[in-house]
Design a protein around this ligand. Structure first.
Ligand SMILES: NC(=O)c1ccc[n+]([C@@H]2O[C@H](COP(=O)([O-])OP(=O)(O)OC[C@H]3O[C@@H](n4cnc5c(N)ncnc54)[C@H](O)[C@@H]3O)[C@@H](O)[C@H]2O)c1
Length: 263
């Protein structure tokens, strides 16, 4: 799919990867780029930055289904349709099983259910036209793991599972699905990461603009897997080829990052 003249919606568009996606879609000649986020101040700023491309800012908490439905309805009423929906907002919290239920639940709602709500709201019009593109920002953690954060690892795996399922189920009906799975990207999320893995990821971190370029390439090629860090494909193969060895390697990596808990 080409971006030219398409109507695009980006959640989590106020900062980081989402902001870079909004800029990139605008440069590529989108008809409209709707910036959406809970962060109104920065979201409005991004929508101004990409002018004269239309779209504006729509406040939406992706964890709330009626917000996501409203976002799709307003974008559709204003611009005629939604061609590309980038479900990009996400959160990371630290911890393992001891993380609070609140953190597990928040992670589930923002990192998984938001994609479900987006698909539920936007798929009917795309299926009717037999054309549409869903981009889900997952993470390399959804294919591998996230050192220091079980809620992030688990919910990103679930997001990957949902993206795969959508691609399998609707691929023959004109729906294109792309799953964005980067390692570190220099954004607020990485800079403020509470878990040890965040610092390790900084070393090979990409700029959000580099990631946005890869997303547009994948949309153009109608490709599922978007790996801005190509080495992730190799790690994924290693995991599939020899799970035990991969686990041993990950334990070694973890040992270099986190002090062992003694209590
Ligand atoms: N930065 C990385 O290293 C990295 C790596 C892999 C994947 N990701 C994923 O990329 C996506 C974007 O993250 P980022 O790195 O740009 O971080 P970021 O913190 O810069 O941006 C995330 C944006 O999502 C918004 N947001 C959070 N909760 C929301 C909600 N409930 N409703 C609407 N908006 C909400 C925030 O306000 C923010 O603008 C996330 O899904 C994240 O998991 C990031």
């Amino acid at each position: 799919m080409q971006i030219q003249d398409k109507v695009v919606v980006v959640t989590g568009g106020a900062n980081g990867i989402g902001r870079a996606l909004c800029h990139k879609f605008a440069q590529e000649g989108a008809k409209a780029v709707v910036v959406s986020d809970v962060d109104k101040e920065h979201g409005m700023k991004v929508s101004k930055e990409i002018e004269p491309v239309k779209g504006g800012f729509i406040a939406c908490n992706v964890a709330v289904e009626k917000d996501v439905r409203m976002l799709v309805d307003v974008a559709t009423d204003t611009f005629g349709q939604v061609d590309i929906f980038c479900s990009n907002a996400g959160i990371g919290v630290a911890g393992g099983p001891e993380a609070t239920d609140k953190d597990w639940q928040r992670s589930w709602e923002v990192n998984v259910m938001a994609h479900v709500y987006a698909a539920r709201a936007v798929l009917p019009q795309m299926l009717e036209r037999k054309e549409g593109c869903l981009v889900q920002t997952v993470s390399a953690a959804g294919m591998l793991t996230q050192i220091g954060s079980a809620p992030y690892s688990v919910t990103k795996h679930a997001a990957m599972g949902f993206a795969e399922w959508l691609a399998v189920t609707y691929g023959d009906q004109g729906i294109r699905v792309s799953a964005l799975c980067p390692q570190g990207v220099r954004t607020n999320m990485l800079l403020n990461a509470e878990f040890g893995g965040g610092k390790f990821l900084m070393e090979g971190a990409l700029e959000p603009e580099q990631v946005a370029t890869e997303v547009v390439k994948a949309i153009n090629e109608e490709r599922f897997l978007v790996l801005p860090h190509p080495e992730v494909a190799k790690y994924f193969q290693n995991k599939a080829n020899d799970y035990e060895r991969w686990l041993r390697g990950m334990r070694k990596l973890q040992a270099t990052m986190l002090p062992l808990k003694t209590n």
